[in-house]
Design a protein around this ligand. Structure first.
Ligand code: NDP
Length: 407
C-alpha cells in the first residue's frame, strides 16, 4: 500500500521498524536513514526476508538539502521522524518542498534552549494545507496515545471533560544505578526543567519535582510520581473544550532522583557549552556519551509500565470519572522486538499513526496533533498491535491521598 522513509535508527525507531515489517500489508517498502548508517544496515540484516522491502541510507537530518535529495530519490508516501526534536523543522521543510506526509513523536525544541513548544510546528499549518499534505504531531505514547485516549473519552463518555491527569509509570528495573529509557539528553532536559500545569486558562509553574503524589497503579502498586511539564498539555489544553485543569505526572525511583540531583549539582546536566582541552563541549552531551544506550536496555529490564489518563467531567448533567490505560511488560517487549517497554510504547503508536495516514483513515491536509483525528481506528489498532487498553469507571483519583512533602 505504501512506502515510508524512516529517519533515525535509535531505540524508538527500532521498535517502529519491527512493527512496520509486521504490518507489511501497509508498509510495503521502508527506507531506514540515519546519521550512522551502520545501525540501519544492522537492522536491515535482522529484518530482511519478509514481505516489506527494506533499503538504508545515510542522512544528516539537520541539512534540508540532503533531506530533499533523499526524499526525491526514495519517493516515500510519508516521512517518519525518529531523530531528535532538534530536527523536526528541517524534516518538515523537506516534506513541504517534496509534498510528502510527515509524522513525529516529539515536538520541536531548539538545541540551545531547553524549551519545547508547539508554536514552531503549528506555524506550518497553512503551508501544509496548501501543499495538500498532512503532518501528524506527537504519535508516540505521551504525547500520542494520551491524546487519542482524550479524544476517545470525549467522543464516548463525556459532554464536557473538566480535569485530565496523565499518569506515566515505569516500574521497570534495568539493574544500572542510573540510566534513561529514552535518549538521555532529551530525557534529562525534560525532567530537570521546571514543572508546569494548566488551570483555569493559565499556566502554573512549579520547581522541578516540587509536586509529589503517590498513586496505586493497576498491576504495579503504589509508586511516587512527580508533576512535570509535558508537551501534550499544550495541545490538549487547546483542543479539549471546557477543560479546567490538565496535569502530567511521571514516576521516578529514589536512585534516579539522587543521581540526577548529584549530576545537576556538579554541572553535568548543563547545555551551556564549556571549553575542554581546547574544544567546546556541552556537558549534557558528554554525559549522554558515557551513559548506557537506551536501545541496549531491552535484555536487562524487568517489570511493567502503566501509562494512562484519568478524566473527570460531566455526562448528561452528572459527574463522571473515567480512567483508560495500557500496561506493558518490559520482558515481553524484549522477547517480541528486542527492546524495553518505553521504546515499545512509543514505537508501536508511531507505526499506527503512519498507517492511519497511509491507509487514508486519517486524511486531513495541514498540521495536526493526534487528538484532532477520529480516535476509533487508532484505538482498535492499539489492541491489535500490542498495546491493549483497559478501562476503569471508578478509579482512585490522584488527590485522594494528602500531598506528601517532596524529598
Ligand atoms: P535515540 O537517541 O536512541 O535515537 C535517535 C536517532 O536519531 C539515532 O539513531 C541518531 O543517530 C539519530 N539522529 C540524531 N541526530 C541526527 C541527525 N542530525 N541526522 C540523522 N539522524 C540523527 O533516541 P530515542 O529513539 O530514544 O528517541 C527518539 C525520539 O523519540 C526522540 O525525539 C524522543 O524525544 C522521542 N520519544 C517520544 C516518546 C513519546 O512517547 N512520544 C517517548 C520516548 C521518546 P546516531 O545513531 O548517529 O546517534
Amino acid at each position: 500500500m505504501g512506502k515510508a522513509l524512516i529517519i533515525g535508527c535509535g531505540g524508538v525507531a527500532s521498535v517502529a521498524i519491527h512493527k512496520c515489517v509486521q504490518n507489511s500489508e501497509v508498509f510495503e517498502e521502508i527506507c531506514i536513514a540515519s546519521r550512522t548508517k551502520s545501525k540501519c544496515d544492522k537492522l536491515k540484516i535482522k529484518l530482511d526476508g519478509g514481505k516489506t522491502k527494506i533499503t538504508t541510507a545515510q542522512v544528516d537530518a539537520n541539512n534540508v538539502e540532503e533531506l530533499i535529495a533523499l526524499i526525491e530519490e526514495v519517493k516515500p508516501d510519508i516521512v517518519m521522524n525518529f531523530a531528535l526534536p532538534y530536527q523536526d523543522l528541517t524534516i518538515m521543510d523537506a516534506c513541504l518542498e517534496t509534498k510528502t506526509h510527515y509524522m513525529d513523536t516529539a515536538n520541536y525544541e531548539p538545541e540551545d534552549t531547553a524549551k519545547f513548544e508547539y508554536k514552531w510546528q503549528w506555524d506550518y499549518r497553512e503551508r501544509f494545507e496548501k501543499a495538500g499534505i498532512t503532518a501528524l504531531l506527537g504519535s508516540g505514547f505521551d504525547p500520542g496515545v494520551t491524546g487519542v485516549f482524550s479524544a476517545h473519552a470525549l467522543k464516548y463518555y463525556f459532554d464536557e471533560i473538566e480535569y485530565i491527569d496523565i499518569l506515566d509509570c515505569n516500574a521497570g528495573d534495568h539493574g544500572y544505578p542510573f540510566a534513561t529509557n529514552f535518549n538521555p539528553e532529551i530525557n534529562i532536559r525534560e525532567v530537570s526543567a521546571n514543572g508546569r500545569y494548566w488551570e483555569n486558562g493559565k499556566w502554573i509553574e512549579t520547581k522541578p519535582m516540587e509536586i509529589k503524589r503517590v498513586y496505586n497503579f493497576p498491576e504495579i502498586g503504589k509508586i511516587d510520581m512527580y508533576l512535570l511539564y509535558h508537551e501534550e498539555l499544550e495541545s490538549l489544553a487547546k483542543n479539549i473544550p471546557g477543560l479546567k485543569r490538565i496535569r502530567f505526572f511521571m514516576t521516578f525511583g529514589q536512585s534516579y532522583l539522587t543521581h540526577l540531583k548529584c549530576l545537576e549539582n556538579v554541572g553535568m546536566t548543563s547545555i551551556e557549552p564549556i571549553e575542554f582541552e581546547g574544544k567546546q563541549i556541552i556537558p549534557l552531551q558528554f554525559l549522554k556519551a558515557v551513559l548506557p544506550d537506551p536501545a541496549s536496555l531491552g535484555p536487562r529490564t524487568k517489570g511493567k509500565t502503566n501509562i494512562g489518563c484519568i478524566f473527570k467531567g460531566k455526562k448528561d448533567g452528572n459527574d463522571k470519572t473515567y480512567y483508560v490505560y495500557n500496561v506493558c511488560d518490559h520482558e515481553e517487549c524484549n522477547k517480541e522486538v528486542g527492546s524495553q517497554a518505553v521504546s515499545y510504547t512509543t514505537g508501536v503508536p508511531a507505526m499506527i499513526g503512519a498507517a492511519m495516514i497511509l491507509t487514508g483513515k486519517w486524511n486531513k491536509p495541514g498540521v495536526y496533533n493526534i487528538e484532532e483525528f477520529d480516535p476509533d481506528p487508532f484505538m482498535e489498532a492499539l489492541n491489535k498491535w500490542g498495546l491493549p487498553w483497559q478501562e476503569d469507571f471508578d478509579p482512585e483519583l490522584v488527590d485522594s491521598e494528602p500531598p506528601k512533602p517532596s524529598t
